[in-house]
Design a binder for this molecule. Structure first.
Ligand SMILES: NC(=O)c1ccc[n+]([C@@H]2O[C@H](COP(=O)([O-])OP(=O)(O)OC[C@H]3O[C@@H](n4cnc5c(N)ncnc54)[C@H](O)[C@@H]3O)[C@@H](O)[C@H]2O)c1
Length: 450
């Protein structure tokens, strides 16, 4: 692992760690992606198509250019200008269509990236699995609890590989966090908090409507499949995240990233037992259904997770695991592990209310029973920080993990079961908010109850 040069070295203030602590920074080095630097045999080449080539679909197509051994062979979207955008993203005149069934019928397509609005995930993924395609499904995996179980069933029934698109699970930083957590250095972790805040119109999903948007350029009828009928409304098409018919607000958009990352560190693959949510819509009152501040406290067995998103202030994305032996904190793409002093002295606070005679007796006894090391034997508590090289992105790494799973037929870490559990957490946050109740997961009936 390369160390930063002296010039790169940034000293962490002693105030951020225990007194006397030292700090060192290590630059994490990404492992080369499978097939990098060599010719990939035709039998290992994966041919894929993208269904949904909006903002995320195009980002994924661009990232796929960095993944060896894969080739985009078609693109599909309901909005015609996104056909052009897809061809630009993949730098190739791939065939394009509005009808995803045309892609699923093609025998030469091994896998599909599904980057459609959330309410369409189930329909496209279930059809893709039935057609024998492996699926990279964008997060959150499901729009409803029922959708999630339908997707799990479709993957199993058709023996497919599915990976959900919360790319933090494949990030170098989370990989390192998993390693430190698994080593036991953090101790027992009973509380974790995470936050993702934004303070801009873009962060609040107030996206511009493209000048050519119309019923002629957009297949509005197909967009409405799985949602209530309405007259054409470009605001709903382009700002779909704001509406319960198509999205899940901040929970489905951002909690899912935090939850997936956190659960991957602690190795938990289950739905939360309970969720309590507070929040409100304070600023972005543009007709949307969802709050712009949301905070949810989740109960997992032996663990509580507190998540927050605020669209009215911007701070670095943060995840903090508070363990009995130290704190593991991810801020942006930097991970810091700060061990905590656990070699405690005698309890003296409460003895302020004792007479000196009793206090001295107690201290003498404690000292006799706990011989202290000589001053030079004290161990320095050293915080360690890990960060990523400039320009690092976890998106190609997450795609590469998917395509490798397609080759090996070994399910990826963020498979359909993991993705379903993370999405259920999002649905529980919204259930608790909208019904003003404690949301409880009933595993038997696979439903959320109030
Ligand atoms: N992993 C991440 O960091 C990340 C980031 C952004 C978005 N996403 C996810 O990606 C998905 C897409 O989000 P986006 O921001 O790209 O939305 P978008 O509105 O920009 O694009 C979605 C596209 O899907 C198309 N579509 C919908 N139903 C379709 C169908 N049946 N057939 C063909 N095309 C269809 C629409 O025409 C639209 O162009 C969502 O699930 C979102 O949550 C993930």
């Amino acid at each position: 692992m390369p160390r930063l040069t002296r010039r790169d070295f940034i000293r962490i203030g002693a105030s951020s760690v225990a007194v006397g602590a030292a700090a060192k920074i290590t630059l994490l080095e990404p492992a080369p992606l499978w097939g990098a630097g060599r010719a990939v045999a035709p039998s290992d080449q994966i041919r894929f198509a993208s269904i949904g080539t909006g903002t995320r679909g195009c980002e994924l197509l661009q990232a796929s250019l960095e993944v060896p051994g894969v080739e985009c062979v078609a693109a599909c979207d309901l909005y015609d200008s996104r056909h052009e955008a897809a061809q630009e993203a993949v730098q190739k005149q791939v065939p394009v269509t509005r009808n995803y069934h045309e892609i699923l019928e093609r025998k030469d397509v091994d896998a599909v990236i599904v980057a459609v609005m959330d309410h369409q995930h189930r329909r496209v993924v279930v059809d893709a699995c039935a057609a024998g395609k492996d699926v990279y499904c964008e997060k959150p995996m499901s729009h409803t609890v029922e959708d999630g179980f339908a997707i799990v069933e479709a993957v199993r029934k058709n023996n497919r590989i599915l990976q959900v698109g919360s790319q933090r699970v494949s990030s170098l930083v989370y990989e390192k966090a998993r390693e430190i957590y698994a080593s036991g250095a953090v101790g027992d972790v009973f509380f974790i908090e995470g936050s993702m805040d934004r303070n801009s119109a873009s962060g609040a999903w107030v996206y511009p409507i493209p000048p050519d948007a119309s019923e002629q350029t957009i297949d509005w009828t197909e967009f409405l499949v799985g949602a209530p009928q309405r007259p054409f409304d470009p605001v709903r098409f382009f700002r779909w995240r704001c509406f319960t018919d198509y999205g899940e607000g901040l929970a489905g958009d951002l909690f899912v990233h935090l939850l997936s990352g956190i659960l991957s560190i602690v190795g938990t693959d289950e739905a939360p037992k309970r969720a309590r949510t507070a929040g409100g819509l304070f600023r972005w009152k543009d007709g949307r259904d969802f709050p712009d501040v949301i905070e949810t406290l989740y109960d997992y067995p032996n663990l509580r997770i507190l998540l927050r998103c605020n669209l009215n202030n911007s701070e670095n994305e943060t995840v903090r695991l508070q363990g009995t032996k130290g704190t593991l904190e991810i801020v942006g793409t930097t991970l810091t592990f700060t061990p905590q002093e656990t070699n405690y002295g005698p309890e003296t606070y409460s003895t302020k209310g004792w007479p000196a005679r009793l206090r001295n007796e107690y201290l003498a006894k404690w000292t006799a029973e706990h011989p202290q090391p000589a001053p030079l034997d004290y161990q320095t508590i050293e915080a360690e920080t890990f960060t990523v090289p400039a320009g690092y992105s976890d998106v190609p790494a997450h795609q590469a993990n998917f395509f490798n799973a397609v080759r090996t037929r070994k399910p990826p870490l963020e498979n359909e079961v993991f993705g379903n559990h993370a999405a259920i957490g999002c649905h529980m946050a919204n259930y608790a908010y909208f019904k003003n109740t404690i949301a409880t997961w009933d595993a038997e009936s696979k439903t959320i109850r109030g």
